[in-house]
Design a protein around this ligand. Sequence first.
Ligand code: UT7
Length: 325
Amino acid sequence: MNSSEIIAFEKCLPEKIVSNDDLSEFLETSDEWISSRTGIRQRHVSTGESTSDICANVARGLLEKAGMSPEEVDIIIVATISPDYFTPSTACIVQEKIGACNSFAFDINAACSGFIYALSIGDKMIKSGIYNNALIIGGEIMSKIMNWEDRSTCVLFGDGAGGALLKRSEEKQAVICEDLHTDASKYSAILGHKVPVKSKFAESDYDGSEDYFTMDGRAVFNFAIKRVPEGINKIIEKAGISFDDVKYIVPHQANLRIVEAVAKKLKLPMDKFFINIDKTGNTSAASVPVALAQMTEEGLIEKGDKVIITGFGAGLTWGTILLEI
Ligand code: UT7
């Protein structure tokens, strides 16, 4: 049987840290408002690093941990909503930066569910038997798509990248089961940078009001606390396991209050959930792989452990995977 195994996790967070107090120097906000509403106390922010820079650092770290050369890489998938360019994909630029000249590379856009979707895609490509390995990376420079005058969104996000190296395996199975969804009827709840049709032939009256990221926070909150527990319950049922078999649930780090509401619905203690949002803010597609890399570094998870990873965000998309480390 062809299956895929996780060989390593890696993360890269820009060095610059911006605290809630730093934000209150130029925004009408406070540490009290941000931390009590979201659990966020600080975030890492780029001082010039691009999305491909931090994703390439993740790719290099993964290859080093695996003892692999860049020439051996088959597939590079980057999940991002803050690419360097519309085209080429950020994954192509990562290929060039690390010298993975025998790979093919592409991006996917599934917002904060991006890493979950990308892991599913990479897993299936390896299961096809055609490819041996894949670098699956979620990376964002969210700071460049924020409206820094909109306190309701810019305080929530941070920059970073994280990833996993998947390799073909005869014995192990990384993705045990999954549950992926999109409900585009609510797509306007999160919009990131409109691209209006402006050409010699177009009549455009676009006023620039959607040049930046906008979000209906309440709508997303309500969507998340319904769909995330639903997805987790489905995975437990599909896999025929109990929560005792799962070492951790690693949720997309969007808001501590969302995780608390999910824990309550599932009747699980908060220590079943990994949380690092206080240090990172919401890094969109990077949040789950950054968390997994941190958990590995801290010895919280090791080979053979089962974890549930879950993401939700613009689209609206959501997805849940039962993963064996
Ligand atoms: O990856 C998915 C990403 N999306 C999410 O995770 C979003 C989920 N939603 C949320 O996390 C919450 O809805 C927010 C944290 C975004 C907002 O919390 P809320 O309790 O829903 O607040 P609100 O938007 O209803 O705003 C309450 C008040 C408003 O003032 P008034 O109208 O009551 O006077 C806002 O203007 O808080 C004000 N406000 C702020 N005040 C200080 C909004 N942002 C800020 C701020 N600092 N940064």
